[in-house]
Design a protein around this ligand. Structure first.
Ligand code: SAM
Length: 291
Protein backbone atom coordinates (compact mmCIF):
# COMPACT_ATOMS: atom_id res chain seq x y z
CA UNK A 1 0.00 0.00 0.00
CA UNK A 2 1.54 3.39 -0.90
CA UNK A 3 2.11 5.87 1.88
CA UNK A 4 0.13 9.04 1.28
CA UNK A 5 2.93 11.30 2.42
CA UNK A 6 5.41 9.71 0.04
CA UNK A 7 3.37 9.41 -3.16
CA UNK A 8 3.01 11.92 -5.95
CA UNK A 9 0.04 12.08 -8.30
CA UNK A 10 0.14 9.29 -10.87
CA UNK A 11 -0.23 10.27 -14.50
CA UNK A 12 -2.34 7.24 -15.35
CA UNK A 13 -5.24 6.37 -13.11
CA UNK A 14 -8.09 3.99 -13.51
CA UNK A 15 -10.19 3.41 -10.39
CA UNK A 16 -12.97 0.94 -11.07
CA UNK A 17 -16.58 1.93 -10.66
CA UNK A 18 -17.74 2.06 -7.07
CA UNK A 19 -20.05 -0.85 -6.32
CA UNK A 20 -23.14 -0.56 -4.16
CA UNK A 21 -21.55 -2.10 -1.07
CA UNK A 22 -18.53 0.20 -1.33
CA UNK A 23 -20.79 3.23 -1.82
CA UNK A 24 -22.79 2.36 1.32
CA UNK A 25 -19.57 2.05 3.29
CA UNK A 26 -18.40 5.54 2.23
CA UNK A 27 -21.82 7.07 2.82
CA UNK A 28 -21.89 5.60 6.29
CA UNK A 29 -18.41 6.91 7.14
CA UNK A 30 -19.27 10.41 5.95
CA UNK A 31 -22.56 10.44 7.86
CA UNK A 32 -20.95 9.24 11.09
CA UNK A 33 -18.12 11.74 10.90
CA UNK A 34 -19.85 14.84 9.51
CA UNK A 35 -23.60 14.30 9.63
CA UNK A 36 -23.80 14.77 5.86
CA UNK A 37 -26.08 12.26 4.14
CA UNK A 38 -25.35 11.46 0.49
CA UNK A 39 -28.41 10.00 -1.23
CA UNK A 40 -28.03 7.57 -4.10
CA UNK A 41 -28.90 10.37 -6.53
CA UNK A 42 -25.69 12.17 -5.53
CA UNK A 43 -23.46 9.14 -5.80
CA UNK A 44 -21.41 10.70 -8.59
CA UNK A 45 -20.54 13.67 -6.34
CA UNK A 46 -19.15 11.34 -3.68
CA UNK A 47 -17.36 9.08 -6.14
CA UNK A 48 -15.75 12.05 -7.92
CA UNK A 49 -14.48 13.45 -4.61
CA UNK A 50 -13.02 10.14 -3.46
CA UNK A 51 -11.50 9.43 -6.88
CA UNK A 52 -9.89 12.83 -7.09
CA UNK A 53 -8.21 12.32 -3.77
CA UNK A 54 -7.18 8.76 -4.65
CA UNK A 55 -5.54 10.07 -7.78
CA UNK A 56 -3.61 12.65 -5.77
CA UNK A 57 -2.42 10.07 -3.27
CA UNK A 58 -1.69 7.21 -5.66
CA UNK A 59 -4.48 4.80 -4.80
CA UNK A 60 -6.38 2.90 -7.47
CA UNK A 61 -8.58 0.77 -5.25
CA UNK A 62 -11.50 2.19 -3.23
CA UNK A 63 -11.22 -0.50 -0.58
CA UNK A 64 -7.52 0.06 0.12
CA UNK A 65 -8.01 3.80 0.22
CA UNK A 66 -10.94 3.38 2.63
CA UNK A 67 -8.71 1.36 4.96
CA UNK A 68 -6.03 4.02 4.71
CA UNK A 69 -8.53 6.70 5.76
CA UNK A 70 -9.40 4.59 8.80
CA UNK A 71 -5.80 3.92 9.74
CA UNK A 72 -4.76 5.82 12.88
CA UNK A 73 -3.03 9.19 12.80
CA UNK A 74 -2.13 8.96 9.09
CA UNK A 75 -5.75 8.32 8.20
CA UNK A 76 -6.89 11.20 10.40
CA UNK A 77 -4.59 13.58 8.51
CA UNK A 78 -5.88 12.28 5.17
CA UNK A 79 -9.46 12.71 6.34
CA UNK A 80 -8.93 16.43 6.93
CA UNK A 81 -8.25 16.82 3.19
CA UNK A 82 -10.80 14.32 1.95
CA UNK A 83 -13.67 15.83 3.91
CA UNK A 84 -13.26 19.04 1.94
CA UNK A 85 -13.85 17.11 -1.29
CA UNK A 86 -16.94 15.36 0.05
CA UNK A 87 -18.81 18.42 1.28
CA UNK A 88 -20.53 21.21 -0.62
CA UNK A 89 -19.12 24.70 -0.05
CA UNK A 90 -21.39 26.68 -2.30
CA UNK A 91 -22.06 30.06 -0.73
CA UNK A 92 -22.58 33.76 -1.50
CA UNK A 93 -22.44 37.09 0.26
CA UNK A 94 -25.91 38.03 1.55
CA UNK A 95 -27.17 34.69 0.31
CA UNK A 96 -30.60 35.05 1.88
CA UNK A 97 -31.31 38.76 2.12
CA UNK A 98 -34.54 38.57 4.19
CA UNK A 99 -32.52 36.97 7.01
CA UNK A 100 -30.14 39.92 7.08
CA UNK A 101 -33.08 42.34 6.90
CA UNK A 102 -34.55 40.66 9.97
CA UNK A 103 -31.32 41.20 11.88
CA UNK A 104 -30.85 44.81 10.77
CA UNK A 105 -34.48 45.91 10.89
CA UNK A 106 -35.93 44.12 13.90
CA UNK A 107 -33.52 42.23 16.09
CA UNK A 108 -30.53 44.58 16.24
CA UNK A 109 -32.46 47.73 17.23
CA UNK A 110 -33.81 45.75 20.17
CA UNK A 111 -30.31 44.71 21.25
CA UNK A 112 -28.82 48.16 20.90
CA UNK A 113 -31.34 49.92 23.09
CA UNK A 114 -30.13 51.52 26.34
CA UNK A 115 -29.53 48.84 28.94
CA UNK A 116 -28.29 46.33 26.35
CA UNK A 117 -25.42 44.10 27.39
CA UNK A 118 -22.78 46.05 25.53
CA UNK A 119 -21.45 43.22 23.34
CA UNK A 120 -22.82 41.08 20.56
CA UNK A 121 -21.31 37.70 19.84
CA UNK A 122 -22.46 35.97 16.65
CA UNK A 123 -21.65 32.47 15.35
CA UNK A 124 -21.70 31.47 11.70
CA UNK A 125 -21.99 27.66 11.83
CA UNK A 126 -20.84 26.02 8.59
CA UNK A 127 -19.38 29.27 7.26
CA UNK A 128 -17.68 27.70 4.20
CA UNK A 129 -15.33 30.31 2.68
CA UNK A 130 -16.47 33.14 4.96
CA UNK A 131 -19.00 35.09 2.86
CA UNK A 132 -21.77 34.49 5.39
CA UNK A 133 -19.61 35.57 8.35
CA UNK A 134 -18.50 38.78 6.60
CA UNK A 135 -22.07 39.55 5.53
CA UNK A 136 -23.13 39.25 9.16
CA UNK A 137 -20.24 41.43 10.30
CA UNK A 138 -21.19 44.09 7.73
CA UNK A 139 -24.81 44.12 8.89
CA UNK A 140 -23.85 44.29 12.56
CA UNK A 141 -21.24 47.01 12.11
CA UNK A 142 -23.40 49.14 9.86
CA UNK A 143 -26.51 48.59 11.98
CA UNK A 144 -24.83 49.53 15.24
CA UNK A 145 -23.30 52.65 13.71
CA UNK A 146 -26.64 53.70 12.23
CA UNK A 147 -28.31 53.22 15.58
CA UNK A 148 -25.68 55.55 17.04
CA UNK A 149 -24.89 53.08 19.77
CA UNK A 150 -21.18 53.17 20.41
CA UNK A 151 -21.41 51.04 23.51
CA UNK A 152 -22.10 47.82 21.68
CA UNK A 153 -19.11 45.83 20.45
CA UNK A 154 -19.43 42.76 18.31
CA UNK A 155 -17.51 39.76 17.04
CA UNK A 156 -18.33 36.89 14.70
CA UNK A 157 -16.98 33.36 15.20
CA UNK A 158 -16.99 31.48 11.90
CA UNK A 159 -16.59 27.69 11.97
CA UNK A 160 -16.53 24.93 9.41
CA UNK A 161 -15.33 21.34 9.02
CA UNK A 162 -13.26 22.20 5.94
CA UNK A 163 -9.81 23.61 6.49
CA UNK A 164 -9.27 24.78 2.87
CA UNK A 165 -12.56 26.71 3.08
CA UNK A 166 -11.48 28.37 6.32
CA UNK A 167 -8.16 29.41 4.78
CA UNK A 168 -10.05 31.32 2.07
CA UNK A 169 -12.16 32.97 4.76
CA UNK A 170 -9.13 34.07 6.74
CA UNK A 171 -7.48 35.45 3.62
CA UNK A 172 -10.63 37.50 2.92
CA UNK A 173 -9.85 37.81 -0.79
CA UNK A 174 -12.60 37.06 -3.31
CA UNK A 175 -12.90 37.15 -7.11
CA UNK A 176 -13.79 40.60 -8.37
CA UNK A 177 -16.93 39.52 -10.19
CA UNK A 178 -18.43 38.39 -6.86
CA UNK A 179 -18.32 41.91 -5.42
CA UNK A 180 -21.73 42.63 -6.92
CA UNK A 181 -23.26 40.12 -4.49
CA UNK A 182 -22.72 42.71 -1.77
CA UNK A 183 -25.42 45.41 -1.78
CA UNK A 184 -24.71 49.06 -1.13
CA UNK A 185 -23.83 50.69 1.20
CA UNK A 186 -21.95 47.61 2.43
CA UNK A 187 -19.94 47.15 -0.78
CA UNK A 188 -18.30 50.57 -0.75
CA UNK A 189 -17.86 50.65 3.02
CA UNK A 190 -16.43 47.21 3.67
CA UNK A 191 -14.62 46.09 0.51
CA UNK A 192 -11.61 47.42 -1.39
CA UNK A 193 -9.72 46.62 -4.60
CA UNK A 194 -6.82 44.28 -4.10
CA UNK A 195 -5.53 43.47 -7.59
CA UNK A 196 -6.87 42.97 -11.09
CA UNK A 197 -8.75 39.82 -10.17
CA UNK A 198 -9.75 40.17 -6.56
CA UNK A 199 -11.22 42.40 -3.90
CA UNK A 200 -10.64 42.30 -0.16
CA UNK A 201 -12.70 42.75 2.95
CA UNK A 202 -11.40 45.83 4.77
CA UNK A 203 -9.08 45.23 7.68
CA UNK A 204 -11.37 46.83 10.29
CA UNK A 205 -14.09 44.28 9.50
CA UNK A 206 -11.71 41.34 9.12
CA UNK A 207 -10.57 41.92 12.67
CA UNK A 208 -14.13 41.26 13.86
CA UNK A 209 -14.31 37.76 12.35
CA UNK A 210 -12.40 34.77 13.74
CA UNK A 211 -12.28 31.46 11.86
CA UNK A 212 -11.95 28.04 13.52
CA UNK A 213 -12.10 24.42 12.46
CA UNK A 214 -15.08 22.85 14.18
CA UNK A 215 -17.26 19.83 13.53
CA UNK A 216 -20.85 20.70 14.18
CA UNK A 217 -21.55 17.19 15.41
CA UNK A 218 -19.49 18.12 18.45
CA UNK A 219 -21.65 21.15 19.20
CA UNK A 220 -22.44 19.85 22.68
CA UNK A 221 -18.75 20.29 23.50
CA UNK A 222 -18.40 23.72 21.87
CA UNK A 223 -16.90 26.35 24.17
CA UNK A 224 -19.32 28.93 22.73
CA UNK A 225 -22.08 29.89 25.17
CA UNK A 226 -24.40 32.82 25.85
CA UNK A 227 -24.45 33.77 22.20
CA UNK A 228 -26.52 36.63 20.85
CA UNK A 229 -26.85 35.36 17.29
CA UNK A 230 -26.43 31.97 15.65
CA UNK A 231 -26.58 31.82 11.88
CA UNK A 232 -26.81 28.29 10.48
CA UNK A 233 -27.92 28.22 6.86
CA UNK A 234 -27.60 25.49 4.24
CA UNK A 235 -25.82 23.08 6.56
CA UNK A 236 -28.55 21.13 8.32
CA UNK A 237 -30.21 20.53 4.99
CA UNK A 238 -27.55 17.89 4.31
CA UNK A 239 -28.23 16.10 7.62
CA UNK A 240 -30.79 13.45 8.58
CA UNK A 241 -33.99 14.81 10.08
CA UNK A 242 -33.44 13.39 13.59
CA UNK A 243 -29.91 14.78 13.72
CA UNK A 244 -31.15 18.22 12.66
CA UNK A 245 -33.59 18.32 15.54
CA UNK A 246 -31.00 17.28 18.10
CA UNK A 247 -28.42 19.81 16.85
CA UNK A 248 -30.99 22.59 16.88
CA UNK A 249 -31.83 21.84 20.50
CA UNK A 250 -28.16 22.13 21.43
CA UNK A 251 -27.78 25.35 19.40
CA UNK A 252 -30.84 26.80 21.18
CA UNK A 253 -29.22 26.08 24.54
CA UNK A 254 -26.18 28.12 23.44
CA UNK A 255 -28.20 31.32 22.98
CA UNK A 256 -28.64 33.86 25.70
CA UNK A 257 -32.21 35.06 26.42
CA UNK A 258 -33.24 37.33 23.53
CA UNK A 259 -30.67 35.63 21.27
CA UNK A 260 -31.60 34.80 17.70
CA UNK A 261 -31.17 31.54 15.76
CA UNK A 262 -31.41 32.01 11.98
CA UNK A 263 -31.76 29.00 9.68
CA UNK A 264 -32.26 28.77 5.94
CA UNK A 265 -35.91 28.81 4.91
CA UNK A 266 -37.32 25.29 4.66
CA UNK A 267 -34.33 23.68 6.36
CA UNK A 268 -36.46 22.18 9.10
CA UNK A 269 -40.18 21.71 9.32
CA UNK A 270 -42.30 21.44 12.44
CA UNK A 271 -39.41 22.23 14.77
CA UNK A 272 -40.39 23.53 18.20
CA UNK A 273 -38.36 24.00 21.34
CA UNK A 274 -39.59 25.25 24.72
CA UNK A 275 -36.71 27.74 24.79
CA UNK A 276 -37.58 29.29 21.43
CA UNK A 277 -40.29 31.31 19.78
CA UNK A 278 -40.62 31.80 16.04
CA UNK A 279 -39.93 35.37 14.89
CA UNK A 280 -39.78 37.22 11.56
CA UNK A 281 -42.03 36.85 8.59
CA UNK A 282 -42.74 33.89 6.35
CA UNK A 283 -39.68 34.61 4.25
CA UNK A 284 -37.33 33.73 7.10
CA UNK A 285 -36.85 30.80 9.44
CA UNK A 286 -35.73 32.36 12.70
CA UNK A 287 -36.24 31.69 16.40
CA UNK A 288 -35.65 33.87 19.42
CA UNK A 289 -34.77 32.51 22.82
CA UNK A 290 -37.40 33.50 25.31
CA UNK A 291 -36.09 32.20 28.61
C1 SAM B 1 -23.39 24.75 1.42
S1 SAM B 1 -22.21 25.37 2.54
C2 SAM B 1 -23.15 26.65 3.33
C3 SAM B 1 -22.33 27.87 3.58
C4 SAM B 1 -23.09 29.04 4.20
N1 SAM B 1 -23.60 28.70 5.50
C5 SAM B 1 -24.20 29.50 3.30
O1 SAM B 1 -25.38 29.32 3.61
O2 SAM B 1 -23.91 30.08 2.25
C6 SAM B 1 -22.21 24.08 3.80
C7 SAM B 1 -20.98 24.12 4.69
O3 SAM B 1 -21.21 23.26 5.81
C8 SAM B 1 -19.99 22.64 6.14
N2 SAM B 1 -20.24 21.45 6.93
C9 SAM B 1 -20.78 20.27 6.56
N3 SAM B 1 -20.82 19.42 7.60
C10 SAM B 1 -20.30 20.07 8.65
C11 SAM B 1 -20.06 19.73 10.00
N4 SAM B 1 -20.37 18.51 10.49
N5 SAM B 1 -19.52 20.65 10.82
C12 SAM B 1 -19.18 21.89 10.34
N6 SAM B 1 -19.38 22.27 9.08
C13 SAM B 1 -19.93 21.38 8.24
C14 SAM B 1 -19.35 22.35 4.79
O4 SAM B 1 -17.96 22.16 4.90
C15 SAM B 1 -19.74 23.59 3.99
O5 SAM B 1 -18.73 24.56 4.00
Amino acid sequence: MPSIAATAAKPIFSAPNMGEEEFVRWVDLLERRTGVVVPLGRKSFLVTGVRMRMRETGYDDFHNYFNEVLSGARGAVEWTTLVDRLTVHETRFFRHEPSYDLIAGEWLPEQARPGGTGAIHAWSVGCATGEEAYSLAMVLDHGLRSLGDNRVFFGVTATDISNPALIVGRTALYPKERRSEIPEPFRSTYTEDRDEDSFAIVESLRKRVGFALFNMLEVARAPLKQLDLIFCQNVLIYFARERRKHLLEVLASRLKPGGLLVLGPGEVTGFTDPLLTRVGGRQTLAYQRVG
